[in-house]
Design a protein around this ligand. Structure first.
Ligand code: NAD
Ligand code: UFG
Length: 351
């Protein structure tokens, strides 16, 4: 049983990926500072024991700590090797992700997302661990690029968050260039992950008012918020609202298993950047209508001003992922709306 270190594993994408890793029988070490999540997600995962494994308590280990703390990171690697479970792969989700906060607090974003990642890589190297999967984002693409976005489409983030992601991608590329015989690195550029685990026991659990469309929509559906505010109705799209590439969180999680498999099978390319999206665009109104129809409810919404620096149409070209990782999204927008609402209904206040 190989051991995977999952940073940020208590968070939205992390916990769903941990579920996918469990299914593939990995041993999982989670580190998280819990700055944007709760330990309850992990406690629930252990207590629910979805796969009914006797070994669940030793298969998932959680350690609370900060990726910026080199001594903490060293202790994690040391503990793992002392217990005979050397860390073989690192899935790096830990980071700050709010675009608006990144503009208000750029230092913090660079400190956590860039410096934190560099420290993690340093400690990995000290421990002879060189297999790394990084959570990047479609936000690195230029606003002027037309969708479908390919991995080689032009890059130009328009916020600090995006710059931190691009900076890490470049740092990783340089690392592989200089030390190719060691590193095997996959950067995954996520499009818009939404939805929840079909059990309804795991999902997105924002600690503050959600910035993103889907968690906001779920909270309107559960009457936590009065109405959804749709940013703009005169975009150059068929119904005037923006189009995005929504991807089911479990498809995204499985994309990480595919990335590990790629590294495991010898990683022909030591450094790769890969889009994780469906290749399909859905407008805000289409998402709202689908959510209403699938779940048999009504969403109150109102059109307001466009959001600053928004983009009309963003969706991925998913073909590289298909070809290289042998991975493609299997779930559709109906599944995303059904599973997302199931989670929200069962857990109106999160974990
Ligand atoms: P999340 O906030 O739910 O998860 C991130 C986790 O990292 C949280 O549990 C948080 O407590 C932890 N964390 C933050 N700073 C830390 C630190 N210094 N040390 C240790 N742990 C720390 O976010 P998510 O949606 O699960 O995103 C995971 C990753 O994917 C992030 O790097 C994010 O930038 C990236 N990403 C997310 C999206 C998205 O739409 N959710 C899109 C593109 C990229
Ligand atoms: N929107 C609304 N009302 C809301 C929230 C969003 O109308 O309350 C609209 C936005 O204008 C946009 C669409 O819904 O057209 C999706 O917005 P999100 O904020 O959910 O997603 P974005 O595509 O704007 O950004 C997200 C993440 C970024 C990531 C990017 C990748 O927030 O971190 O996807 O494409 F980089």
């Amino acid at each position: 049983m190989d051991t995977v270190l999952v940073t940020g594993g208590a968070g939205f994408i992390g916990i769903h990926t941990v579920i996918a890793l469990l299914e593939k029988k990995y041993r999982i070490l989670i580190i998280d500072s819990l700055i944007n999540s709760s330990k309850k997600s992990i406690e629930r995962l252990i207590s629910k024991n979805l796969l009914k494994k006797e070994s669940i308590n030793s298969q998932i280990i959680f350690i609370n700590g900060d990726i910026r703390d080199v001594n903490f990171l060293r202790s994690v690697f040391k503990k793992a090797s002392k217990s005979g479970h050397i860390i073989k792969y690192v899935l790096h989700f830990a980071g700050l992700k709010s675009i608006s906060d990144s503009i208000l607090f750029p230092d913090e974003y660079w400190e956590v997302n860039v410096i934190g990642t560099k420290r993690l890589l340093k400690v990995m190297k000290e421990n002879n661990c060189h297999n790394f999967v990084f959570s990047s984002s479609a936000t690195v693409y230029s606003l002027d690029e037309k969708s479908p976005l390919k991995e080689n489409s032009s890059l130009s983030p328009n916020n600090q968050y995006g710059y931190t992601k691009l900076a890490v991608e470049k740092f990783l590329e340089g690392l592989v260039h200089d030390q190719e015989r060691f590193w095997r690195i996959v950067c995954l550029r996520y499009f818009n992950p939404i939805g929840a685990h079909p059990s309804g026991d795991f999902g997105e659990s924002p600690l503050n008012t959600p910035n993103n469309l889907f968690p906001y929509l779920c909270q309107v559906a559960s009457k936590k918020r009065k109405k959804l505010y749709i940013f703009g109705q005169n975009w150059p799209t068929s119904d005037g609202t923006c189009i995005r590439d929504y991807i089911h969180i479990m498809d995204l999680a499985e994309g990480h298993i595919a990335a590990i498999d790629y590294i495991k099978s010898g990683a022909k390319e030591p450094f790769l950047i890969i889009n994780l999206g469906t290749g399909l665009g859905t407008s805000v109104l289409e998402l709202v209508k689908t959510f209403e129809n699938v779940n048999n409810l009504r969403i109150d919404y109102e059109f307001i001003e466009r959001r600053e620096k928004d983009k009309a149409i963003v969706y991925a070209d998913p073909n590289f992922a298909k070809r290289i990782l042998n991975w493609e999204a299997k779930r559709n927008i109906f599944d995303m709306c059904k599973d997302g609402w199931n989670w929200q209904k069962k857990n109106p206040d999160g974990y």
